[in-house]
Design a protein around this ligand. Structure first.
Ligand SMILES: C[S@@+](CC[C@H](N)C(=O)[O-])C[C@H]1O[C@@H](n2cnc3c(N)ncnc32)[C@H](O)[C@@H]1O
Length: 293
């Protein structure tokens, strides 16, 4: 029976590859529309790490700047920029594909120096004029894109000496989750609707990440890797955290909606993510700031 399911899984995967059925920007948009009401749970834990890449001391309070908050979500970075830099001539362009995430940002941010846009990030970048921005910020979003295309445009739209500030997941994040997803796919091949390639889009390590920017002669001015572990008393608590924070955004579109999939995932969390009487999940990420020279 297991052998038959494995063969079915192999053929189903091949079929989906041939049809090009993989998670795309519309799937992420729909997933983040759902995450919007609970995304603050992620920020509560992780915003302290985003603060480290803002490096607001790089920007003199009295000067005029144009900033881009790329894939701004509920606007955490935008809000920090606006509240710490008081110059009335500052402009922040905050763009995201999810209307619900942007709506959450707009509930709090009414500063007229900010321009919110609901659009696919790459479509936005393609139309932006060259040498416009003093700094570009991108929090936990780069792996949703083809990084080569995005960095090409970041370089193009950034002024000389401008900076790019990033925080993003890297290889080794959410250890065990990939295994759980693969095992669930093998167990329920008929439920698979789309494949997902985000794991192969993550940088391997700092060196690999830095190499993405070397092509354009960016100077790296800050680079750090962090591994944060979050503990839960129940497997359901861990699973809900993964879903509510957007940490596994996209996976909800991989399978036909079903209680059986949820139950199977919870059973696997019990086995794979159980450690020292608790359920644990790690979040490994790289923080980086690069200057255009
Ligand atoms: C983990 S959230 C990060 C939000 C925010 N940058 C932060 O640091 O809190 C990822 C964001 O990327 C956005 N996103 C994903 N794909 C996108 C795309 N193709 N274009 C624009 N935004 C996208 C999602 O809608 C979501 O708001």
């Amino acid at each position: 029976m297991k052998i038959l399911r494995t063969i079915y899984f192999a053929f189903k995967s091949l079929y989906l590859i041939l049809l090009g059925r993989k998670i795309d920007h519309i799937d992420y948009q729909e997933e983040y529309d759902e995450v919007a009401p609970t995304y603050h749970i992620w920020l509560n834990k992780m915003q302290k790490y985003t603060d480290e890449i803002l490096k607001l001391d790089l920007f003199k309070k009295e000067e005029k700047f144009t900033f881009l908050d790329f894939a701004c979500g509920t606007g955490y970075i935008t809000e920090q920029l606006l509240s710490s830099l008081t110059n009335p001539n500052i402009s922040v362009f905050s763009i995201d594909i999810s209307e619900k995430m942007i709506n959450k940002a707009q509930e709090r941010i009414t500063d007229s120096r900010c321009n919110f846009l609901i659009q696919d990030g790459l479509d936005f970048l393609k139309k932006e004029e060259s040498n416009k921005y003093d700094a570009i910020f991108c929090g936990y979003a780069l792996p949703y894109f083809d990084h080569k295309k995005v960095i090409y445009h970041f370089n193009r739209i950034l002024k000389e000496n401008g900076t790019i500030h990033l925080i993003l997941n890297c290889k080794g994040t959410l250890q065990g989750v990939h295994k759980i997803v693969m095992e669930t796919m093998k167990e329920f091949p008929s439920y698979i609707e789309k494949l997902m390639d985000i794991v192969i889009k993550l940088p391997k390590n700092e060196k690999n990440f830095e190499s993405w920017f070397r092509k354009y002669n960016f100077e790296s001015i800050f680079l750090k890797t962090v591994n944060e572990v979050v503990f839960f008393s129940t497997p359901e608590g861990l699973y809900n955290w993964l879903k509510d924070t957007g940490a596994i955004a996209g996976t909800g579109k991989m399978f036909r909606d079903s209680k059986e999939i949820d139950n199977a995932v919870i059973e696997k969390i019990k086995k794979i993510l159980y450690k020292d009487n608790k359920f644990a999940i790690n979040h490994k990420f790289i923080q980086g700031i690069f200057r255009k020279s």
